[in-house]
Design a protein around this ligand. Structure first.
Ligand code: IMP
Ligand code: MG
Length: 217
């Protein structure tokens, strides 16, 4: 189970999931009135049982959507070498699963994309609030594909993109598993989006609250 709504977090929980078309980009919408799934239907670690509200995106759905994102990326990259840059820590699960799907496509189709990886650590959050202070650590090489966990205001990604642009990469594409619908958004949208989610605090699948819940699959 993945991406649970955290108890006491702001925003209203969310009904029908549907594909959404925005500026030429598809994403899967988790509606604002989505009821989610009862925690008792899934295997939640005992130490988190009292801290979670509900399961908003089951793990299987994340995997199925990620598989499709991999297919879209391979289609668009047209054989160019990809330096895949993982934005740690929250992006590590999504990055690993996305790359596994890209590798599977490389192994099993006539068309394949050469791939190298790099990692960068970005920190902008204090408790459950996005701050203006974006810290970036690591990353030796410039990337043309960046794997991100969640975009809320978009500030973290915009800061990272302006740093990357100083090195004149041939192309930069951003893949984010989640984009939050929030009035705090700067309007920034990644090139590939897994899901658009309500304005609530989500944890699990490497997304944390003060470093907790990364161990919630
Ligand atoms: P932004 O700069 O406001 O777009 O914030 C993006 C970063 O804030 C993400 O990379 C996460 O680290 C963190 N973040 C934003 N929303 C959530 C959430 O719902 N759960 C966990 N982390 C979040
Ligand atoms: Mg965090």
């Amino acid at each position: 189970m993945a991406s649970c709504i955290c108890r006491g977090a702001r925003g209203s929980p969310v009904s029908a999931n549907r594909l959404f078309f925005f500026d030429g980009l598809f994403s899967l919408q988790i509606a604002d009135d989505e009821k989610g799934h009862d925690l008792d239907l899934f295997c939640v670690p005992r130490h988190y049982e009292n801290d979670l509200d509900k399961v908003i995106i089951p793990h299987g759905l994340i995997m199925d959507r990620t598989e499709r994102l991999a297919r879209d990326i391979i289609r668009d990259m047209g054989g160019h070498h990809i330096v895949a840059l993982c934005v740690l820590k929250g992006g590590y699960k999504f990055f690993a699963d996305l790359l596994d799907y890209i590798k599977a496509l490389n192994q099993n189709s006539d068309k394949s994309v050469p791939l190298t990886v790099d990692f960068i650590r970005v920190k902008s959050y204090c408790n459950d609030k996005s701050t203006n202070n974006v810290k970036v650590i690591g990353g030796d090489e410039l990337s043309n594909l960046s794997g991100k966990d969640i975009v809320e205001t978009g500030r973290t990604m915009q800061t990272l993109l302006s740093l990357l642009s100083e090195c004149n990469p041939k192309m930069v594409k951003v893949v984010s598993l989640l984009v939050k619908r929030t009035p705090r958004s700067s309007g920034y949208r990644p090139d590939y989006i897994g899901f658009e989610v309500p304005d609530a605090f989500l944890v699990g699948y490497a997304l944390d609250y003060n470093e907790y819940f990364r161990d919630l699959s």
